[in-house]
Design a protein around this ligand. Structure first.
Ligand SMILES: [Zn+2]
Length: 320
């Protein structure tokens, strides 16, 4: 309902949503929270074991809790806080505003702690959390949204013990490129050591390097010979026959530029062993990704993935 109106803010100089969000600064996010357990030695021991912290300060009769455990004493665990401790109505309202405006995703970005006094086994923890600040709208790689910082003041037996600031980004995920232009594969890095390989590809020739000292073949191209250390080389053109030595099917993350459907669906990546004995990582085309098999005969082909990129690939010789 309100979402439709808020959508237009992206084209507006003013950010009315930001003004609405800022009104929540200083409001409580959780009030009079109570730690589920007193500060205790078993939780300290488990923490130290998980962190690999062997400091003697956290053991024995005079043990203190590791300062970085500050937040742990305020957490509700899997079952949550059952005594009314929890997010306030104001916090939920602010989140509803963001969700309603399309900023539906959330990621924790960082936290900051200040320690005012050591916590010891037996301390009773209470805490209050406020919405400390909301940033102006920012655009990050993840998308556009607002950073929200909450500040939790932790007390031990009524005494201030520390502060925990927690920042999240509540954002609208960046649009996939699909809507504008088709995704493109990354460009190969072409340098002095491999320029000849790419020059061969441009002529639809797959060139294998050959050491002129010991005749060892190598692919991918490298500056020197792994077998004898020789720096001199010439090339042999691959005949184009090979077999699938190994393969994987890529499901996640989705890379539309690599997928035959252009949508990011699964695709096969194969290690192809050439008849000459060297291997190359490539794509197998001509069969569905789930029909690629180890030992399958394939032959060299060239695939133009976009106007500026052509790659050696391998076509299955039969339907699999
Ligand atoms: Zn050699």
């Amino acid at each position: 309902m309100s979402g439709a109106g808020i959508e237009t803010f992206g084209n507006s100089e003013r950010d009315d949503l930001y003004a609405q969000l800022r009104a929540y600064e200083g409001r409580a996010a959780a009030t009079a929270g109570r730690g589920k357990d007193l500060v205790n030695q078993p939780m300290i021991r488990h923490w130290c074991e998980a962190m690999g912290d062997t400091s003697p300060a956290y053991r024995g009769p005079d043990a203190v809790a590791p300062p970085a455990m500050l937040q742990a004493w305020t957490m509700g665990g899997l079952s949550g806080h059952t005594d009314g401790t929890g997010r306030s109505a104001a916090y939920d309202e602010m989140f509803a505003l963001l969700d309603g405006a399309g900023y539906t995703s959330v990621v924790a970005t960082d936290c900051e702690q200040e320690y005012l006094r050591p916590l010891r086994p037996g301390d009773r923890i209470t805490f209050d959390t406020v919405i400390e600040s909301v940033s102006p709208r920012k655009t990050t790689k993840l998308g556009t949204g607002y950073f929200v910082t909450t500040r939790t003041d932790v007390h031990a037996d009524g005494e201030r013990a520390g502060t925990h600031r927690f920042r999240i980004l509540k954002y609208r995920p960046a649009q996939r490129k699909k809507d504008s232009e088709p995704a493109r594969r990354p460009r190969p890095v072409i340098n002095r050591d491999n320029a000849g390989f790419w020059a061969g590809v441009a002529e639809h020739r797959l060139l294998i390097q050959r050491c002129t000292d010991c005749a060892t073949l190598r692919l991918p191209w490298m500056p020197g010979c792994n077998a004898c250390g020789g720096a001199e080389w010439d090339t042999v053109e691959a005949g184009g026959e090979g077999t699938v030595f190994s393969h994987v099917v890529m499901h996640h993350p989705a890379f539309p530029a690599f997928a035959p459907d252009g949508e990011g669906g699964p695709y096969a990546v194969a290690l192809v062993e050439l008849a000459e004995g060297v291997r190359i990582v490539s794509n197998v085309i001509g069969v569905p990704y789930d029909k690629v098999r180890v030992g399958m005969p394939v032959h060299l082909d060239f695939l133009r993935t976009d106007p500026d990129l052509e790659l050696p690939v391998f076509r299955a010789s039969e339907g699999g």
